[in-house]
Design a protein around this ligand. Structure first.
Ligand code: SF4
Length: 365
């Protein structure tokens, strides 16, 4: 993804960000039109496949186990439920499904095998599949890629300088490593931030600078407005002004002309007019459906109405890259083979109990 060569330093981006608002919007709308169809907006659906109970301490997040919030925690959804939800999202115009699990990191266990099956199934529905599952190793990224994962979301959230005020249980570098692992596996990177957490404008610019420093900046940059949730350390934060959101979206659009800039959390508190300004400023995607992981989001029919008013069209899938092929997962196939062999042995033992070899008992000291 290209970086605008005119805006690669803190000073230049700060000056851009502080341009009179209408001038900034005009610039952003111009860049947007040069690089994207302004009447197309990607609708993505975000599905929380495992909610709550997360051991991390992200100060904004109601899913952290240490905060007392009203989040309905649940274990990993089963594959059929995910397929049903994906079909519903697709019928309502979504071309991408982002599956989120409140994990610190991916573990190589049965839950991850199930996520691999979810990725294969949703990719076979001809939808772009994105996952946000916490930290990820290079091997795990390869398995996801092999399953047909299109994108991996891992937000930097804020600038490196402000990061320690928000999260203490993992380092900024850990996040950069996961982003690298996704990129090296050939997965499209989705990474962005949250505004309204008490950060300065310099921190907002610092977030963009972190992406500029990357060899390959993210293809997709979600900009979230904090939704303060009771029980989290940020419950008292003031709501983000629409003007701040428009400025951040416009600045991101100009600095990263080719990226998909996503208008993400915080839309419920925005008027239709406010959202229209965000589209004008270069937002090219929204999250659809009534929940954004655990925070409220406008319902599908409200978005359809907004699209009609503004003359927007939902974007088709795979316009920024071809659909990955879902290949069989060797770990799952091996487990299935062993289970089938065991089933065969049991069936034979039931038929000829006298011939059956007793199971070897190993003494464990
Ligand atoms: S943002 Fe993610 S990693 Fe942080 S507490 Fe919430 S679920 Fe856990």
């Amino acid at each position: 993804m290209k970086v605008n060569p005119a805006y690669t330093t803190k000073e230049a981006i700060l000056e851009l960000h502080n341009t009179p608002l209408l001038e900034l919007m005009y610039k952003a709308a111009t860049v947007h039109r040069e690089n994207h169809d302004p009447n197309e907006v990607q609708m993505s659906s975000l599905l929380s496949i495992k909610t709550g109970g997360c051991p991390e301490d992200c100060g904004y997040c109601p899913q952290a186990a240490r905060y007392h919030t009203d989040v309905d925690t649940h274990k990993l959804m089963n594959v059929d439920t995910v397929i049903e939800q994906a079909k519903n999202a697709k019928a309502n115009g979504s071309s991408r499904l982002c599956m989120g699990a409140a994990w610190r990191n991916i573990r190589d266990n049965r839950d991850f095998d199930n996520v691999i099956e979810m990725v294969q199934a949703v990719n076979n529905l001809d939808m772009e599949v994105c996952c946000t599952l916490g930290m990820m190793t290079d091997k795990q990224a390869e398995r996801l890629k092999n399953a047909g994962l299109f994108a991996y979301n891992h937000n930097l959230d804020t600038s490196e300088d402000y990061y320690d005020d928000i999260i203490s249980t993992r380092e900024y570098q850990d996040r950069l490593n996961t982003i690298n692992n996704a990129k090296n596996a050939g997965i499209s990177v989705c990474s962005g931030g949250i505004i309204g957490m008490g950060e300065s404008v310099e921190d907002r610019i610092g977030l963009l600078l972190s992406y500029i420093k990357m060899e390959e900046p993210p293809a997709s940059i979600p900009i979230n407005a904090l939704v303060p949730v009771e029980g989290t350390p940020m419950e008292e934060q003031k709501p983000v002004e629409i003007w701040d959101m428009v400025r951040m979206i416009a600045t991101t659009r100009i600095v990263f002309p080719e990226a998909i800039v996503r208008l993400s959390a915080g839309r419920t508190s925005m008027s239709k007019e406010g959202q229209a300004l965000c589209f004008m400023a270069g937002a090219s995607s929204i999250f659809a459906g009534d929940k954004l992981l655990t925070t409220p989001n406008p319902e599908f029919n409200e978005d359809q109405e907004l699209f009609e008013i503004l003359g927007l069209r939902p974007k088709a899938p795979f316009k920024e890259g071809s659909r990955p092929e879902s290949k069989p997962d060797t770990i799952i196939e091996e487990k299935k083979k062993k289970a089938a062999e065991r089933e065969k042995q049991l069936a034979e033992a039931r038929k000829n109990p006298k011939k059956a070899k007793p199971r070897r008992v190993v003494n464990v000291k």
